[in-house]
Design a binder for this molecule. Structure first.
Ligand code: TTP
Ligand code: MG
Ligand code: MG
Length: 377
């Protein structure tokens, strides 16, 4: 129970039902350079222009773990980094390339969930409570993601697994590089109580010094503060800090990706030569597209049929509809229409695909009205 003036509130409650990952790449820019240049591996790499070529100006974007041993870190003047580690290899940043790698990492996340909230070029929150594989343990998804990133991109990441964003982010940082830290609701109190106060979001460097003066060093010390004391000490963020130290953070993972299209395709060998075979496959594809539209809660206005013949000649044909559709009969109807207009089964069909695009959320506003109003209305 807590009181603010005359008001009394129950303490915030933990919601342990969500499964949240925070994934952060290790020494991201430097690791990409070490991957691409084997001669950089195992060596101190500093992502910045060499201060000698840059009249001492410039700042360090990041440094490989080998360089960090010398005290080199992000945002340090390149000149100072050079003084600390003169043997380091300086590499100029190639931001657009790193952005491309960032996209490749994100594509791996999307295999598991669409609930992905990128925080920066090298990190993201994922809500895997309902994941595409139906895996029950968030840790197994974290392991699979770490493995896929390592095998496919030859890069390492660290992952925090927990029931909210705040703890997942702390956890990903807890054991770097190539680490994985799982904080269950049961483990959270001890984990948070043991953290130094500078780890709590919203506590700036100046506050840290002030708090140390008052003998407040750890999460446990913070937790001993009343809500009024938090509000006095931290102003507006006081309430959040009061909740965070109690393991409460109800912020949702905010997704950025609006799926642009949803499609299914399938290949055949031997090829299909008969209209009836093609129609049967289109019906199945339509059903599976409809299923995945329903799963994502979307419908779409453009139907695309993709057709590849035995000789690899490929054609795609689209039709644009006035209203969005989502049921398998409609999808089948329009896809079949396209096939009848443009397809020729006798040439031998090696691949068929149906895609629905121009997707929008199915919600109240764009729901279709029933075609026939009831007589009593
Ligand atoms: P971070 O995730 O903060 O750092 P990192 O990935 O290099 O290392 P760590 O293993 O500790 O996570 O930042 C990701 C990238 O963003 C980093 O590789 C380079 C870039 N960056 C800057 O350009 N300037 C900065 O001040 C910081 C902090 C990062
Ligand atoms: Mg990182
Ligand atoms: Mg980061």
């Amino acid at each position: 129970m807590r009181t603010i003036g005359m008001l009394r509130f129950d303490d915030p409650q933990i919601d342990g039902s969500r499964k949240i990952l925070h994934v952060d790449m290790d020494a991201f820019y430097a690791s990409i350079e070490q991957r691409d240049h084997p001669e950089y591996r195992g060596k101190p790499i500093i992502i910045a222009r060499h201060p000698k070529e840059n009249s001492g100006k410039g700042v360090v974007a990041t440094a490989s773990y080998e360089a960090r041993k010398y005290g080199v870190h992000s945002a340090m003047a390149a000149q100072e980094a050079y003084e600390r580690c003169p043997q380091a290899i300086f590499v100029a940043s190639n931001h657009s390339y790193y952005q491309e790698v960032s996209r490749q990492v994100r594509e791996i996340f999307f295999r598991y969930t669409d609930q992905v909230e990128p925080l920066s070029i090298d990190e993201a929150f994922l809500d895997v409570t309902h994941n595409k594989q139906g895996l029950p343990y968030a840790m197994d998804i974290a392991k699979a993601i770490q493995k896929a990133i390592y095998q496919e991109l030859q890069l390492t990441c660290s992952i925090g697994v927990s029931y909210n964003k705040f703890i997942a982010k702390l956890a990903s940082d807890y054991n770097k590089p190539f680490g994985m830290t799982v904080i269950t609701p049961k483990r959270a109190p001890a984990f948070l109580e043991g953290l130094p106060i500078e780890k709590f979001y919203g506590i700036g460097q100046r506050s840290v010094a002030k708090l140390h003066d008052q003998g407040i060093y750890t999460g446990a010390d913070l937790k001993a503060l009343s809500q009024d004391q938090c509000l006095t000490l931290f102003g507006k963020t006081g309430l959040a800090i009061y909740e965070r130290v109690r393991g409460v953070d109800n912020r949702l993972v905010k997704t950025v990706r609006q799926r642009k299209s949803l499609g299914k395709e399938t290949t055949f060998y031997p090829f299909l030569y008969h209209d009836e075979e093609v129609e049967a496959v289109l019906r199945e594809l339509a059903q599976s597209v409809a299923k995945s539209l329903a799963k994502h809660g979307v419908h779409g206005k453009v139907v695309t049929l993709k057709l590849r013949y035995g000789d690899f000649n490929t054609m795609t044909r689209q039709q644009s509809l006035h209203d969005p559709i989502k049921d398998s009969d409609s999808i089948y109807f329009y896809a079949l229409d396209l096939f009848r207009d443009y397809g020729e089964a006798s040439q031998g069909v090696r691949l068929l695909g149906i895609t629905l695009s121009d997707l929008t959320d199915v919600d109240f506003e764009n729901m279709q009205l029933p075609l026939y109003p009831r007589l009593s209305d």
